[in-house]
Design a binder for this molecule. Structure first.
Ligand SMILES: [Zn+2]
Length: 491
């Protein structure tokens, strides 16, 4: 592997080291920005930025890593599941729209807070800044004044890149009208000495807005370039929708160089993530995997590996169902964790519930001594495995040990030879046997009884799980207490 470790224990991928090499000594400001207009799922962008920030830190550079939450952005589209009456807030800043569920102070916070919690659970060394705070505290004041003073140049760039004529009264600044809307007003005059513009709103009322106090914002294409300068950005990753021809980076690059006189930050273009059987992730289509949900089934560094793939410049299709155990096995091997197949953890978790001691015993008997040692870690792994089994596992991997009465009902489908076989097996099992020894008893008893192993094992699975097949029977049975097996085998 071309990976190097960082001081934080988060692996630094080779591609991130190569990007860091091109960015110079620093100090660096790594920025990533997302609009909290719905469920925030774009973890790949943040992880690309984090990997590069960590690579820079590992090279000794001073790094500020910023998550720019676009909380002042106007509400443009109602996210799936939001009541229709939120239409009335169209054009209002997300930070000023109420929380649709009433649990946070705003619409923006409702979607931002869980994402921020997930980042903190991942122990990400990142500053989360809210754009409405930045505007209100004057961080954007100078660049906004500069943008308004260069309205014609900015308009020229937009027209050249898009090939479309911009409206005659186009302004880079969107003042917030008395109605609360950021859209629909026309800027009349700039008063640079007072950090104000005079505008006329949709109803024809004239008023002034102070851009050093957050009484409005820059339009998003201009804001992108202005943000680089205001925050001193030296690196920002972008998804391919932004970097295509005529996209927002093409206009921002020119605005940065030609108007704001600021060098274009280093860049990395990442590709999309899609979900197997569903398609590309999209919040408007409701095809999303939220980081907070994914952290229920895997540890933070596994989530980093899952989301980044081998190289985030390549598209990746996530398979959280049948393909997930193999991914987890790869992850455990790469991170040097003791060997135990994820499928076995899933079996153990479903067999013993949250009883860590029983799980450790079951692992030892299955031959996974090392994995049984660190019980704190084992307890966490069991939670991941159980959550995965509940949410994502294919039906064939879902186990539920039958209750004794269910077991008796299931045994009704067995013939006399199979019942006799189960009774003999239960007499031969002893508490000290490990998985292999049990497997041997199951097999030998079948041969001695003249029963085909396939029919013998089918009987075992039938009375334990109500299925005709299951996990490798020896280790599975070795993990159960003898009482529980005996009770179900005496049919
Ligand atoms: Zn809420």
């Amino acid at each position: 592997m071309s990976e190097t470790g960082s001081s934080t224990g988060i692996p630094i991928p080779g591609w991130a080291n190569r990007v860091a090499e091109t960015l110079g000594q620093g100090p660096h400001v790594v920025v990533t920005g997302i609009s909290p207009s719905g469920n925030i799922h774009n973890l790949r962008e943040v992880l690309v930025a984090e990997a590069v920030a960590n690579a820079l830190r590992a090279r000794g550079a001073e790094v500020r890593f910023i998550f720019h939450a676009d909380t002042i952005d106007p509400l443009r589209k109602i996210a799936p599941g939001i009541p229709e009456h939120f239409e009335e807030y169209m054009g209002h800043s997300l930070s000023r729209v109420p929380d649709p569920e009433g649990c946070h102070e705003s619409y923006a916070e409702h979607f931002l807070a869980p994402f921020e919690e997930a980042l903190s659970e991942m122990e990400m060394d990142i500053e989360v800044l809210r754009s409405h705070d930045l505007y209100e505290s004057g961080v954007y004041s100078a660049v906004t004044g500069e943008a308004i003073a260069n309205t014609n140049e900015l308009r020229g760039i937009l027209q050249e890149v898009s090939g479309r004529r911009m409206p005659e009264h186009w302004s880079p600044f969107l003042p917030r009208a008395a109605s609360g809307k950021l859209t629909g007003a026309r800027v009349l005059e700039h008063l640079p000495g007072e950090n104000k513009i005079v505008y006329v709103d949709e109803d024809g009322w004239e008023d002034a807005a102070d851009y050093s106090k957050g009484e409005g914002k820059l339009g998003w294409r201009v804001e992108l370039a202005a943000r680089w300068k205001a925050l001193g950005a030296t690196f920002e990753p972008f998804g391919k929708d932004h970097t295509s021809r005529g996209g927002s980076t093409e206009t921002a690059d020119r605005m940065s160089r030609e108007v704001f006189d600021y060098p274009v930050p280093g860049r990395y273009e990442y590709e999309w993530i899609s979900i197997k059987g569903k398609g590309a992730m999209s919040s408007s289509k409701g095809i999303v995997l939220l980081p907070q949900d994914l952290l229920e089934i895997m540890p933070p560094n596994a989530l980093r590996k899952l989301m980044l793939g081998r190289d985030p410049a390549r598209a990746v299709e996530l398979d959280l169902e049948a393909g997930f155990p193999r991914f987890m096995d790869e992850y455990r091997a790469e991170s040097g964790e003791p060997y135990v197949p994820f499928t076995h953890l899933v079996t153990v978790a479903q067999t013993v519930g949250s009883d860590t001691d029983a799980a450790a015993e079951m692992l030892r008997r299955g031959g996974y001594e090392d994995a049984a040692r660190d019980t704190k870690k084992l307890a966490r792994d069991l939670v991941y495995a159980r959550n995965w089994a509940d949410e994502w596992a294919p039906e064939s991997m879902r186990l539920g040990l039958l209750e004794p009465e269910e077991s008796r009902a299931a045994a009704a489908g067995l013939d006399d030879e199979q019942r006799e076989y189960l009774r003999k097996v239960s007499e031969r099992l002893a508490p000290e046997m490990d998985g292999e020894a049990v497997q041997d008893v199951l097999y030998r008893t079948a041969i001695e009884s003249g029963l085909k192993p396939k029919r013998a094992f089918a009987a075992v699975y039938r009375v334990l799980l109500g299925k005709s097949s299951g996990p490798k029977a020896g280790p599975f049975i070795a993990g159960l207490t003898l009482d529980r097996v005996g009770e179900r085998f005496s049919v």
